[in-house]
Design a protein around this ligand. Structure first.
Ligand SMILES: [Zn+2]
Length: 692
């Protein structure tokens, strides 16, 4: 497992990307409060920066035309999606409401609250939305049960598949149990793609009651700052120009490194005039929650510029009316239940299971599902799992109740069940040398839309092309990028031959302390579940010397990987993918990829693959044990029982491939029995417990 979010890992890389260095006193031991810097390297922010500047220009022109600068209150409707797995991360409504109150205190510098520092009132306020996108009454909270509450930032698009409201009208906030690497939260930046738009915060940092500390709630204040286009006060370190560098705000003094304590005398940069201390009380530093209490006038102007350019609809009077966030809204005494549900796997193969998640609004207390085509066909569970065995397209209906009534939703054609297909015959071979991209039959999977596998002619084992991924400039740590092969029919291998996957690779690190990762995975259930069949990282992946310049291998720096696929040779529909998990290392190359026959099957090969797939039951056993000998073995299997390896108790004789002998245990002593399965002079021993 790669740890990719500690500060030691990503700050030096970010510093290198921005062209300056952090002093060595940089605190390495801290957890990462916020993922902003690793998600948004400088090149991803150019569009946003241009947009926000347009906003500034507009306001300056308005002022010049003697148009009064609009300083009215701007209200942001918020929806909170609580992604929980039934634990304390399923925080109370009171805790969620406390967070909205804290946002208003902090952004409004409300008198008598912890947000009443020496900053400014940004004139922005927040409202837990009262009306959902379909016009239904709501408390603004969606609750949904899934193990994905243990959140990996790589999976952030999945949060949006679970639950997402129109981001031009609502600020989508996700509360989760944990974020990889101890991260507190992260936000999208203005102009990020819609499927990235929103904020993710850890449940126990959300609000200041319930599971959160009484001084808590400022992680959200900070992340909303990013959502409005604010940088960290320490962005760009000391920089050169205190206005045009760093956080692009003139009245926040430059800061060399994040402040993790509330040391009011800290002054890490001396290039500002007058030379002011670090603004450790600023919400956009990393100082403790009970230290932070201010936004500056310059930050307010950036927030307004963002609201005037990219986020214009959300605070408009029309949207406030349609979200119940305007003062005229008359809330009903109670909101009736509003039914809704979702699954992440609406398309499956026969025999697969589908997990349905209730996401009804307003606290449903009872559920009646119907699943035509599924097993079970009905359920009263809140979040049932249903198996589909027959090809077809099926509707799903949920009726949800609470004390105030019921609501019904039918999604027609929601579940599609397909037959596992028949894959392409072997061999499958690609040397990438025809220059086709993506290579024929191969899918390039690039979930974050950033750095991806691409063709490369700077180095190849077979010229002119290889596949390469540039981890050196990939700062989206933990991101998966995949080379996905077409479905293959492994039964088309020659019966006397091994089935093998081979490829050549080359890799170097950029720092001896960390490494990217290469994983090969195989699925035999239509691509729903994968088994890892190869993992290379660190010394097992390296083929060239560590270097901070782009690695370009010479002919001696290529290595060959061979994976034995004999255990899967009866599968008609196998999906294989090569996955790069980036850790900001260096170039990884793949060339001359092959899946097919790989020489004559030796007895050892057969033993390895065949014996691995022998099953037996029951265990423990009393009267008999049955062995399931898989098809495809070329030789009978001789089975003998021993009381310890070495002392023969009974010789059961030979059994053919694809048979299921039932072996009588009567008369054998209780305790452990050792069954030796022997063929071609080689043997494999397994242990069965015999009951008295
Ligand atoms: Zn941040």
């Amino acid at each position: 497992m790669i740890k990719y979010t500690n500060t030691r890992r990503f700050f030096p890389l970010l510093a290198a990307a921005l062209g300056f260095c952090f002093p060595t006193k940089f605190v390495f031991a801290q957890q990462t409060p916020c993922l902003f810097d690793s998600l948004y390297p400088a090149h991803r922010l150019e569009t946003a920066e241009a947009g926000i500047r347009t906003g500034f220009q507009k306001r300056i022109l308005q002022a010049a035309d003697n148009h009064a600068s609009d300083d009215s209150i701007r209200i942001i409707p918020v929806v909170v999606h609580v992604i929980h797995n039934g634990g304390t991360e399923n925080i109370s409504t009171a805790q969620i409401e406390s967070q909205i109150r804290i946002l208003n205190e902090d952004y409004g510098k409300l008198t008598g609250t912890p947000g009443d520092g020496d900053g400014v009132d940004t004139r922005v306020r927040f409202c837990l939305t009262k009306i959902d996108p379909q016009g239904r009454c709501t408390d603004g909270i969606v609750r949904l049960k899934t193990p994905l509450t243990a959140h990996k930032p790589v999976d952030r698009a999945t949060l949006k598949q679970l639950s997402f409201w129109d981001n031009t009208r609502y600020l989508n906030v996700y509360v989760v149990k944990s974020i990889t690497g101890g991260v507190g939260g992260y936000s999208s930046f203005p102009y990020a793609p819609p499927d990235e738009d929103g904020i993710v915060v850890r449940a126990n940092l959300f609000g200041n009651v319930g599971t959160a500390a009484s001084s808590g709630g400022r992680t959200m204040t900070h992340e909303v700052g990013h959502w409005f286009g604010l940088y960290h006060t320490f962005n760009g370190g000391c920089g050169q120009d205190t206005c045009a560098d760093g956080d692009y705000v003139c009245d926040t003094p430059p800061v060399a490194n994040p402040n993790y304590t509330c040391s009011l005398n800290a002054n890490s940069c001396a290039n500002d005039s007058p030379n002011l201390p670090d603004q450790v009380r600023n919400y956009m530093d990393y100082s403790p929650d009970d230290c932070k209490n201010k936004f500056t006038q310059g930050q307010k102007e950036r927030i307004v510029a963002t609201l005037d350019t990219v986020r214009t609809l959300i605070w408009s009077p029309a949207n406030l009316a349609s979200t119940g966030c305007d003062s005229a809204y008359q809330a009903p005494a109670i909101c009736p239940v509003a039914v809704d549900f979702v699954t992440l796997t609406p398309t499956v193969c026969t025999g697969n299971q589908v997990y349905f998640m209730d996401r009804s609004l307003n606290a449903a207390t009872a559920w009646q599902w119907s699943f035509p085509g599924g097993t079970p066909a009905n359920s009263t569970l809140q979040n049932p799992t249903v198996k589909y065995d027959t090809v077809g397209v099926y509707p799903v209906t949920l009726i949800a109740w609470n004390a105030n009534g019921s609501d019904t939703l039918t999604l027609n054609n929601y579940i599609e069940v397909t037959e596992p297909g028949v894959g392409a015959p072997l061999p499958f071979a690609r040397n990438f040398d025809d220059g086709q991209y993506p290579p024929e039959g191969i899918s390039i999977i690039n979930p974050d839309g950033g750095i991806a596998w691409e063709l490369d002619s700077a180095a190849a084992r077979s010229v002119p092309y290889s596949m390469r991924i540039n981890n050196l400039i990939n700062t989206n740590y933990g991101t998966r990028d995949e080379i996905e092969l077409p479905f293959l029919d492994l039964t088309t291998a020659h019966p006397d031959s091994m089935v093998r996957m081979t490829f050549w690779w080359a890799y170097a690190r950029s720092d001896a302390n960390y490494s990217d990762e290469l994983i090969v995975q195989l699925s035999k259930d239509c691509g729903f579940n994968y088994t890892q069949i190869l993992t290379k990282s660190g010394s097992t992946l390296v083929t060239g010397p560590t270097q901070t310049t782009p690695f370009i291998p010479d002919a001696s720096q290529w290595k060959k990987a061979t994976i034995n696929l004999n255990a899967y040779r009866t599968e008609h529909y196998v999906k294989i993918r090569l996955v790069n998990v980036t850790d900001g290392g260096n170039n990884l190359y793949i060339d001359d990829l092959y899946v097919g026959d790989g020489g004559t099957v030796t007895a050892t090969d057969e033993l390895q693959s065949g014996m691995r797939s022998v099953r037996f039951f029951p265990n423990p056993a009393r009267d008999y044990v049955q062995f399931l000998i898989p098809p495809g073995l070329n030789t009978p299997v001789h089975i003998r029982a021993y009381d310890t390896p070495g002392k023969l108790l009974r010789d059961y004789g030979e059994y053919a491939s694809n048979s299921s002998p039932i072996l009588n245990l009567a008369g054998l002593p209780p305790g452990f029995l050792f069954f030796t399965l022997q063929f071609v002079g080689l043997s494999y021993t397994t242990r069965v417990a015999k009951l008295p």
